[in-house]
Design a protein around this ligand. Sequence first.
Ligand code: CP
Length: 310
Amino acid sequence: MQTHDDGRLRHLLTLEGLPRATLVALLDRAQAFVDGQGAADPRALAGSAVCTLFFEPSTRTRLSFQRAAQRLAADVLDFDASTSSTSKGETALDTLRNIEAMGVRGFIVRHHADGAAAALATAAQPGTAVVNAGDGRSAHPTQGLLDMLTLRQAKGADFARLKVAIVGDIRHSRVARSDLHALRTLGIGEIRACGPRALLPDDDTLAGCMVGDDFDAALDGVDAVMMLRLQRERMVEGLVPSLEVYHRDFGLTHARLLRAAPDAVVLHPGPMNRGVEIDDAVADGAQSLILRQVSNGVAVRMAVLEALLA
Ligand code: CP
């Protein structure tokens, strides 16, 4: 569905099942953009138009896709659901078809419903490419790619020797799912999944991972800590007793980080709840790669747009 018969990417909907060679090629291309060697054709997408079609809020993903498209000389249309005709009842599919009719070839879709981007990709015209910028709790593939690029820059390409902890609300996290798919594809040595029992998935999402709710034990000697945002509505739902208790048990403090390997790195997809899942001293500390992730996001999204549309 997301690849042509010859293996080229047609859409990017999920990292699950994406061939290792395709994933690594996207990372390599993104790294070339980071290194400044990727500007061989700075007008790769000149004459193309892409639309950020977001039905949920976003800062990093939407703006970095726009920045990526601009750097490849594409025209960028920004769709804002709150001021659009969806408020009059127009469906997401009719919205896409109407924007397609304006000559737009690339759609970056964020939607609260699982499978929304795939449904739009299925209905799109041949020649239209859809990128999933986060659907429900299912997938956020470009976040997974930028996390892998950031990890690879810090720790090298031999993922088999790495131990990684993924911590927090894994049950509801599309970022965690895409990270898990990519880490497995890249042959990660060990994944420790940690969070409150109520926020751990009860399906096969964590197959092959060490799973537990003891954060200190999960941190022991890891090379990277991938923190997740606590979705505050989970407290209203009664899945988390209080922010204070969450911070006590699953907040990454400077003292806790000392349990990880001395050169361990810290990632967080943003937005962060400072003082809840991560302390300022860690978020802004020497081991934090959080803003590097954001910079890498532009390069990864350039690589994806180029692969789909150039
Ligand atoms: N990481 C991420 O998806 O952030 P935004 O919600 O701001 O796009």
